[in-house]
Design a protein around this ligand. Structure first.
Ligand code: HEC
Ligand code: HEC
Length: 366
């Protein structure tokens, strides 16, 4: 009996001691937590508790990788076309015309748009919205190869096209507007500027970085549904959830529309998925360049599929592409000779279409 009592007494004591110890520990912990900044206790980021070691820190986002020296050397090797400096236009009889052409191409809407000072024949876009920095930016749909390659045969019209004709194409399609007569002063000025830009490029040469980059084909069809997610995240902040852009009060745009009544029409170059994807790859979201693109190839194709599935002005294209085998793989309107559907010509996959067209062309050549 006595022994039992002693045992219980002993147990009770040790229990009391452990309760007291626990209370002391909790109070101590409370002080450490509450006063950790004041007493300079090490930070609560566990990675800072041990000495810095080389290698990724799991508590920080991975740093953007810098191009290595091989990549840089390759970029230099593949040096892109550099446009002449607009301030270097010589003082001559033609210089005023060139400068006027530069102004028209940068601020088209102010001259030719819905409230244009000279006339009202376009939708409010500037040539520069699509031909960035007035047609001088590498891979920014620039005019580096225009003076050197025009006049040239174009499958779309089935005819030899001059520069004025090509400018009129964009007026009629990309700007959903009216063509200008050959002797029109504004047309002459834009052509003079484009010719001046390309004056140093040898005839027939297509300099690297001119025009629009060709994004490699996907092995699947481009997806408007996936593209909508890209659009909402990466484009809507400027071009609007409704794609209508942000209009200024003077008939010009702060952010140009990507669809709707004021956008390019169904006959425009950007209505082809490959052109849209290539433009976006190296130029959008606004601020990226060919050296630091932001979207993956897939995202470019998908966002192109989404935007080009939205409503926009249509153009009668019955006169286009007189040679059916000359249609690009991504021209979304039949008839075709290759047996593929309009849907596949619009969204892909394009590889089978390309191969079939090649095969048919070779057979015809024999
Ligand atoms: C909505 C976009 C857009 C607008 C606005 C636009 N263009 Fe274009 N332009 C294009 C696209 C796309 C191409 C075809 C590029 C390709 O196929 O590589 C093109 C091609 C051209 C070309 C031929 C380039 C070449 O290397 O063959 C010229 C010249 C041209 N545009 C001039 C103009 C002028 C001048 C204006 C304004 C009056 C204008 N464009 C407005 C999208 C546009
Ligand atoms: C930060 C604002 C901003 C974002 C984000 C942005 N853009 Fe743009 N975008 C512009 C501006 C500004 C222009 C006209 C550029 C100029 O005139 O120099 C433009 C022009 C364009 C054009 C040619 C003109 C037209 O209206 O057809 C297309 C196509 C385009 N953007 C597509 C996209 C797509 C697709 C995305 C998303 C991947 C995107 N943009 C994200 C600001 C933006």
């Amino acid at each position: 009996m006595d022994q039992q009592k002693k045992m219980i007494e002993g147990l009770r004591k040790s229990l009391q001691i452990s309760v007291i110890l626990n209370v002391v520990a909790v109070i101590a912990l409370f002080f450490v937590v509450a006063l950790r900044d004041t007493i300079g206790f090490p930070s609560w980021n566990p990675s800072s508790w041990w000495p810095e070691i080389a290698g990724p820190n799991p508590y920080e986002p991975a740093p953007r990788s810098e191009p290595d020296s091989n990549t840089l050397a390759l970029a230099r090797q593949l040096s892109v076309w550099i446009a002449p400096d607009i301030n270097s236009i010589p003082e001559s009889d033609s210089s005023e015309l060139i400068k006027y052409g530069h102004a028209l191409i940068s601020k088209t809407a102010a001259y030719l748009g819905p409230k244009g000072q000279v006339m009202q024949i376009t939708n409010g876009l500037n040539c520069q919205n699509c031909h960035l920095d007035a047609g001088t930016r590498p891979w920014g749909n620039n005019y580096g190869a225009v003076a050197s390659t025009y006049p040239k045969f174009r499958e779309r019209s089935g005819a030899i096209e001059t520069i004025p004709k090509r400018v009129n194409d964009c007026l009629e399609r990309s700007l959903n507007g009216q063509v200008l007569p050959e002797d029109n002063q504004e047309l002459k000025a834009m052509v003079a500027y484009i010719e001046w830009l390309g004056k140093d490029v040898p005839k027939k040469e297509v300099p690297n970085g001119s025009g629009i980059y060709s994004v490699p084909f996907l092995s699947r069809a481009a997806s408007p549904a996936k593209g909508k997610a890209v659009y909402d995240q990466k484009c809507a902040s400027c071009h609007g959830n409704d794609g209508l852009g942000v209009a200024a009060t003077d008939g010009t745009y702060t952010y140009p529309p990507l669809w709707g009544p004021e956008s390019y029409n169904s006959g425009a170059g950007l209505f082809r998925l490959s052109r849209f994807a290539g433009y976006v790859k190296y130029n959008m979201p606004f601020g990226v360049t060919y050296q630091n693109p932001q979207l993956s190839d897939e995202e470019c194709w998908d966002v192109a599929a989404y935007v080009n599935s939205q409503p926009r002005p249509s153009k009668d294209l019955s006169g286009d592409w007189p040679n059916l085998l000359g249609k690009p793989v991504d021209h979304p309107f039949g008839p075709y000779e290759d047996g593929f559907s309009e849907a596949q010509h619009k969204f892909g996959p394009f590889e089978p279409v390309r191969d079939k067209i090649k095969e048919l062309k070779q057979a015809k050549a024999k």
